[in-house]
Design a protein around this ligand. Structure first.
Ligand code: TEU
Ligand code: CA
Length: 554
């Protein structure tokens, strides 16, 4: 495999709106990010992915872009952005922007022009259909609820949006649309970006001609995914995009890909793949229900292990997955993957080690390194996220009481991860001197960066050690390129694997609160990391403490 500059990097996702507010308006901004670059460098992050900060009405928090060439004034200016890229470069760090090109905003000039002249050039930038009385062009349900079709204002047509109605889908079948997109990507890459995280990309290819599918809920609609399963030929778009943009710059690209088929992995992230990497969402999608969040099944430690290993096996050495515990669309991983009642610093560190030692590129989401937890929402009014609001309604429609509906969906709300970053125990967690746009998690007095920075036992210090281990010249080759083999795979509540490169490492996590022992095939050489001060061992048998994790050199 050809070595690439991103293989040995550690990435960190910034959700700009909630990261750090430099001017007291309650909204995080780019100058705020710049002021925290040293914090990120100290942690060991190399690649910084910024969720969208382009001009946007923020109907979906920036994933609805009204101008791809502008920074939204709430986040700063283009000069700030240029300064961020330059300041990152000074520190050997790379900036990734979020590429949101399945759709734009209904406030984008293209869409405005399509409304004015639906039969003209810009009408062809979108998927438009003639409006018929009492009948929609198809019965697809948008990801955020309701039909994917809405009236094109001022016309007798309807337009397609697989997400929110303020996110009209761009017509990738139209070469002029693709040209505009490539032009914009290259414009950004010319500024010196490291690359892009590519949003919702599997949605760009629709099954043509459009048709309805069997309804999967009482609303008579079907999930967009039913249509996507039927769509063929996305590879042609992705290959063209890669050749016209990323490849020319040796840029890093990571695709938000869901439900890829095993035979597609080579095409997506193999040596000559469309992307440098794609996220592993195997754990994320586990337990999801066609009915909605309220019906989702919780994930157990054994399920979690199975999901991770399954993804690792599927990809093998074909390419590099990007491994995540959480992101801006998910609850906090510690609250999801650690059984309720067991969430503490020990278990958080165990989860971190198990995840960061997998083969692939680790992506840490802001606050994950502090062990930030879900928000205790007490009312739907406290939730801003459009997706959560929709899922709450779905739960109500299914007959749940408002209290039950909130309880069932709260643990999945995207706002769990979107509460402001907890910098200190000062007012508003030190995120802003003003009023934060979204309420701060009340646990900021105990979970915050300031208190963890100098504490050698903090979750953050553990993350820092893990990242340093990945970069240690002695072990780097093995951790980055080594094979992964599960160990004691059928043992319950134990997640263990070895990484074999020029060294052999064992990663062993006791995924429960009670002790359990393992017997090594032969004595280990060295303890590289331990989330406890000691090891209870007798000969080759180790009695692991609750949620103990060990990284051993064999
Ligand atoms: O998410 C794509 C995606 O598939 C989402 O529907 C995801 O399943 C959902 O957010 C869970 O609630 C991307 C972005 O990451 C997300 O923030 C955007 O809202 C979405 O695209 C539209 O751009
Ligand atoms: Ca601000």
């Amino acid at each position: 495999m050809t070595k690439k500059w991103w293989h040995d990097k550690v990435a960190y996702q910034i959700y700009p709106k909630s990261f750090y507010d430099s001017n007291g308006d309650g909204i995080g901004d780019i100058p705020g990010i710049i002021s925290k670059l040293d914090y990120l460098k100290d942690l060991g992050a190399d690649i910084l992915w910024l969720s969208p900060c382009y001009a946007s009405p923020l109907a979906d928090q920036g994933y609805d872009i009204s101008d791809y060439y502008k920074i939204d004034p709430r986040f700063g200016t283009m000069e700030d952005m240029d300064r961020l890229i330059a300041e990152a470069k000074k520190r050997d760090m790379y900036i990734l922007m979020d590429l949101v090109v399945n759709h734009c905003s209904d406030e984008h000039e293209w869409f405005q022009k399509a409304c004015q002249d639906p039969d003209g050039k810009y009408g062809r930038f979108f998927y438009l259909r003639d409006k018929k009385d009492g009948e929609l062009p198809t019965n697809w349900r948008s990801y955020f609820g309701g039909p994917v079709w809405d009236d094109l204002p001022g016309t007798d047509k309807q337009y397609l949006h697989v997400f929110h109605k303020k996110q009209p889908d761009l017509n990738w079948e139209n070469p002029e649309v693709r040209e505009e997109i490539y032009k914009n990507i290259n414009w950004w890459l010319d500024k010196g970006l490291g690359g892009f995280r590519i949003d919702a990309i599997i949605n760009i290819k629709k099954a043509l001609p459009f048709r309805s599918y069997e309804a999967d809920r009482e609303d008579g609609l079907c999930s967009v995914e039913a249509m996507l399963k039927d769509a063929e030929g996305i590879g042609e778009f992705l290959r063209e995009m890669r050749d016209r943009t990323f490849r020319k710059y040796d840029a890093f690209s990571v695709g938000e890909v869901f439900h890829e088929k095993p035979e597609e992995i080579q095409d997506f992230i193999g040596e000559d793949g469309y992307f440098s990497s794609m996220f592993d969402f195997n754990e994320t999608v586990f337990g999801s229900s066609e009915k909605g969040w309220y019906d989702a099944k919780p994930i157990t430690p054994d399920d979690y292990k199975k999901c991770c290993f399954e993804a690792q096996r599927r990809v093998g050495n074909t390419g590099f997955l990007s491994n995540v515990i959480e992101n801006h669309d998910e609850p906090r991983g510690v609250c999801r993957y650690i059984p309720e009642g067991d969430v503490n610093d020990k278990s958080k560190k165990m989860l971190a080690a198990l995840n960061l030692m997998l083969r692939g590129i680790p992506f840490i989401y802001q606050g994950q390194e502090l062990g930030m937890e879900n928000m205790p929402f007490s009312s739907i009014e406290e939730i801003d996220d459009i997706s959560s609001k929709h899922e709450y309604q779905v739960a109500l429609d299914a007959g749940l009481t408002p209290e039950d509906a909130l309880n069932r969906i709260a643990g999945f709300s995207r706002d769990n991860a979107r509460t402001p970053m907890q910098w200190s125990d000062e007012a508003n967690a030190g995120f802003t001197t003003g009023t934060p746009w979204l309420k701060v998690n009340p646990n900021y007095t105990s979970i915050n960066a300031a208190s963890q920075m100098d504490d050698p036992d903090s979750v953050r210090s553990f993350y820092k050690k893990l990242i340093a281990l990945r970069k240690d010249p002695e072990y780097k080759e093995t951790i980055v390129y080594g094979d992964l083999e599960p160990l004691w795979e059928t043992r319950r509540n134990l997640m263990a694997y070895c990484r074999q490169g020029d060294r052999l490492l064992f990663v062993i996590g006791n995924y429960r609160k009670y002790d359990q022992s393992v017997t090594l095939p032969y004595p280990y050489k060295k303890v590289l990391l331990n989330n406890y001060p000691d090891i209870d061992e007798e000969g080759k048998t180790i009695s692991l403490y609750g949620y103990q994790v060990l990284i051993l050199e064999m």
